[in-house]
Design a protein around this ligand. Structure first.
Ligand code: UDP
Length: 463
């Protein structure tokens, strides 16, 4: 009897905001009887498997493996230029080897490679090995549309061949799509010019591979970005892909989550708590960190604050003098929260966020209004969605000295929570986002079509 299963590879970029959504997507495939080999880099594999306590959460159809990223263990993986170059030099050959081994030793040969677009080289590998492939994008459709439009942006004089913006003129990819500041293009705000150049070259290579794939899947919803999906019909929405939407736990964390904060939330009044989290990558300088601490104190409201290891450059974080005594039990600080559960908790009033796309979707999906504090990459464009298009949040702005002051934090929180408009807009948006993944919703339909395609065994398994 032929026991061969449909067997796909899923390969995320080695960053928290990329691993979580692709792992969520992979679990949807597993639910449909598809075998998934999920490939992390060795470092992220170790992090993900060490926090993944309940192994039963994953089916036997999910296999987690790792490949080296080409850097020494001690090297700085926040140096995006270095990491990008190392990955390019090392991982393609390792992936070829892995696929050959699987095809020789496993009951089921690899039938499709699903690659995070930031790992676009994996699509080239699959193409050369004549394996079907699909592109997965964990961020907004407009960010992907900008990336795929790189040649137009060069031709229109918006940026040069290295991806460096040439002017400050706000542009749109089509008259109805969101306005974009050239400086906010995701590759243009990730570091110095050398980093932009290296990352941009990787993006160009990825874009060339992506347009040749049959499926370009975005963790977004038609309702959230209708203009972009209309103008770029090759992009397909399959989101929001959130564990909470299938009543499961979020998997793929790099840090152990502190669930005790949920009990603390249970004790707070409904719609009272400010939740503050900056995702996995943001670094604040010490002065800004203290200003934020003071701002939260000034609000006089309960707050749950994620102070992730490495949130400041110092080895230990320092709070303003006497801070903990003054805020007492009104403030709860954790190093990593079960964020999707926090955002769905009735005590949460608003989300002070760095506007990473996953955090943005998670807030939207729970109807929580935002205070926006973007740090880098696509986060400035996500802020534009929140503040100017969806109008479910307010932006925090740096003063002339480059600081977001405690006073501003207090006054913006008050403004956000004293006007019902933001909450009303957030709730209306939630309805739309959730409707896309319900039965018959646009994302659900695209996801089902994709699963159907992947299951067409006869198309990609020889006899
Ligand atoms: N996250 C979490 N607990 C935290 C902070 C973040 O579970 O305390 C999760 C969050 O739910 C999201 C991801 O980490 O799924 C962060 O992704 P995002 O795109 O928002 O930001 P990035 O880390 O890529 O900057």
């Amino acid at each position: 009897m032929n026991m061969e299963k449909i067997h796909v590879i899923a390969i995320p970029y080695p960053a928290q905001g990329h691993v979580i959504p692709l792992l969520e997507f992979a679990q949807r495939l597993v639910k449909h009887g598809i075998k998934v080999t999920f490939i992390n880099t060795e470092v992220t594999h170790k992090l993900v498997t060490s926090t993944w306590l309940e192994k039963d959460d994953f089916s036997d159809l999910m296999q987690m493996v790792s490949l080296p990223d080409g850097l020494e263990r001690w090297e700085d993986r926040n140096d995006l230029a270095k990491q990008t170059e190392a990955i390019f030099q090392t991982m393609p050959a390792k992936l070829v080897e892995l696929i050959k081994t699987i095809n020789k030793e496993d009951d089921s040969k690899i039938t499709c490679v699903i690659a995070d677009i930031s790992m676009g080289w994996a699509l080239h590998v699959a193409e050369n090995m004549e394996i079907r492939r699909a592109s997965f994008w964990p961020a907004s459709a407009v960010a992907l549309a900008s990336l795929l439009s790189f040649q137009t942006l060069i031709d229109d004089g918006i940026m040069n061949h290295d991806g460096v913006p040439l002017n400050d003129n706000i542009f749109q990819l089509s008259p109805t799509m969101p306005p974009i500041k050239p400086a906010n293009l995701s590759w243009a705000c990730i570091g110095d010019l050398a980093t932009t150049k290296i990352v941009f070259q990787a993006i160009v290579e990825a874009a060339k591979a992506v347009i040749k794939t049959e499926w370009i899947l975005c963790n977004s919803s038609h309702h959230l970005e209708s203009e972009t999906f209309s103008h770029f019909p090759q992009l397909l929405s399959i989101g929001p892909l959130l564990a909470s939407n299938r009543l499961a736990k979020q998997a793929g964390h790099f840090w152990p989550e502190d669930s005790t904060c949920l009990t603390w939330l249970d004790q707070q009044p409904a719609c009272s708590v400010i939740y503050i989290a900056f995702g996995s990558f943001t670094i604040l300088d010490q002065a800004q960190f203290e200003e934020l601490a003071l701002g939260l104190e000034l609000t006089n409201r309960p707050f749950l604050w994620v102070v992730r290891p490495g949130i400041t450059k110092e080895t230990t974080v320092t709070y303003p003098e006497g801070y903990m005594d003054r805020v007492g039990s009104r403030g709860r600080i954790v190093s990593w929260a079960p964020q999707q559960k926090v955002l769905s908790h009735p005590s949460v009033a608003c989300f002070l966020s760095h506007c990473g796309w996953n955090s943005t979707l998670e807030g939207v999906n729970n109807g929580v209004p935002f205070m926006c504090w973007p740090y880098f990459a696509d986060q400035f464009q996500n802020e534009t969605y929140i503040c100017d298009i969806w109008e479910n949040g307010l932006a925090l702005k740096k003063n002339k000295g480059g600081v977001i002051t405690a006073e501003q934090i207090k006054s913006k929180v008050n403004q956000l929570l004293s006007h019902t408009t933001f909450k009303d807009n957030a709730l209306a948006l939630k309805e739309k986002a959730v409707s896309s993944i319900r039965n018959g919703g646009s994302s659900e339909k695209n996801l089902n079509n994709f699963i159907q395609w992947i299951k067409e065994k006869e198309n990609h398994l020889s006899s």
